[in-house]
Design a protein around this ligand. Structure first.
Ligand SMILES: Cc1cc2nc3c(=O)[nH]c(=O)nc-3n(C[C@H](O)[C@H](O)[C@H](O)COP(=O)(O)OP(=O)(O)OC[C@H]3O[C@@H](n4cnc5c(N)ncnc54)[C@H](O)[C@@H]3O)c2cc1C
Length: 359
């Protein structure tokens, strides 16, 4: 089966790999470079502690397991499992979060200030924190690149710097894509175009409404090893990459950030973020890069995964793609190749079908 994927972000890249493993002939088209949009700016925190409801928790938990499968399949160190120390919620909200996650069977425990200081000697210890032992940090650019390289061994081709201008509809079926370099045909088209998904889908009468959600990531100069975990305080999320850079989103609680504008000039935001980082680690740190990317957030905040619009078309768009991509890639590849999903897999996907927007 010939499949075109529009978008070589983390979703498109991993889906290409899983499809190629199943014998599909895959072409991935990206207007820029692989992982050049949201995936390249991501904080990369892989978690299920943040979730909207039980279904969303189940999906995220299954995605953590899919990350482990993918890491083994690709022999990749792009995903690491440092765990997370979180004291974002305070007072009663802290205890409620602890209780709720425990009731869900999540790997969560409370650590005292003293235990925190032993786990993170370079960080000003809060009075207590939650430890999420199974959470990870992923370098999405590295992972996308490794998946495309592994896919290439199964024949995956990448057309970079080529914009898809429209989906090609013939006799009520999607039969390929239009590009500035002409029409490319396929048996199936997957739209994994991040924030550009809404427009491509709307033109073939398939509504996937999305929000405008700018996200900003500040990167520090490289530093010697300082942090052992992903850290989540009420004011700041922070982690250190294997290359030594600290990564810090400019807004606290970034996964739930609802602002649709960038409130200040980027350098002012970066300075403010680094000032908060300094309070956390008790030392001055300079930033060397700030990246703005629009987060692909569907209108209801939840993933959109499934066949949609004219026959032959499939869509995958979501925030929390750093967490969800490996699972979405497995399930989307199976569905596009018309392999039967288990009841458990179907139950995971059923709240996230695109039909919810067509009423
Ligand atoms: C600042 C920030 C922090 C984040 N933090 C986290 C986090 O901690 N945990 C988490 O789980 N998630 C996080 N996310 C979300 C996560 O990074 C995204 O959900 C994920 O990267 C989306 O991947 P994608 O492949 O769908 O989209 P993208 O990475 O945006 O890729 C879409 C691709 O499609 C291409 N494209 C678009 N239009 C066309 C066209 N017409 N023709 C051809 N190509 C096209 C683009 O060039 C782009 O490369 C964060 C995102 C941001 C921005």
């Amino acid at each position: 089966m010939k499949v075109i994927i529009v978008g070589a972000g983390i979703i498109g890249a991993l889906t290409a790999f899983r499809l190629a493993e199943r014998g599909a002939e895959v072409t991935v088209i990206d207007a820029g470079q692989p992982a050049g949009a949201a995936s390249g700016a991501s904080f990369g925190w892989t978690n299920a502690s943040f979730h909207a409801d039980q279904d969303h928790f189940n999906l995220r938990l299954a995605a953590i397991a899919a990350h482990r499968r993918l890491g083994a399949d690709l022999q990749s160190d792009a995903i690491r499992w440092p765990g997370c120390l979180c004291w974002e919620a305070q007072g009663d909200a802290f205890d409620e979060q602890h209780k709720a996650l425990k009731a869900l069977g999540y790997a969560v425990s409370e650590v005292s200030a003293q235990a925190f200081a032993e786990l993170e000697p370079s960080v000003v210890a809060p009075s207590r924190a939650l430890h999420f032992a199974d959470e990870g940090a992923v370098d999405l650019a590295q992972l996308a690149s490794e998946a495309l390289q592994a896919g290439a061994r199964h024949g995956v081709r990448v057309l970079a710097g080529l914009s898809v201008t429209a989906l090609q509809e013939t006799s009520g079926r999607i039969a390929g894509v239009q590009t500035l370099a002409g029409v490319l045909t396929a048996d199936r088209v997957i739209v994994a175009a991040g924030v550009a998904t809404e427009q491509l889908m709307a033109e073939v009468g398939a509504p996937v409404p999305m929000l405008r959600r700018p996200g900003l990531m500040v990167r520090s100069e490289p530093l010697p090893p300082l942090l052992n975990h992903i850290l989540v305080s009420p004011e700041q999320e922070l982690r250190q990459t294997p290359q030594g850079h600290l990564l810090a989103p400019t807004s606290a609680w970034h996964q739930g950030d609802n602002s649709d504008t960038v409130p200040e000039p980027l350098d002012a935001l970066a300075n403010r973020t680094m000032a908060r980082v300094q309070e956390m680690i008790g030392r001055q740190v300079a930033w060397d890069q700030v990246t703005l990317a629009f987060r692909p957030v569907p209108q209801d905040g939840l993933p959109v995964i499934g066949a949609c619009g004219p026959a032959g078309l499939y869509v995958t768009v979501m925030h929390s793609g750093a967490t969800l991509a490996p699972l979405v890639a497995e399930l989307a590849a199976a569905e596009v190749m018309e392999s039967a999903l288990s009841n458990t897999q179907l139950a995971l996907l059923s709240p996230y079908r695109p039909a919810r927007f067509t009423g």
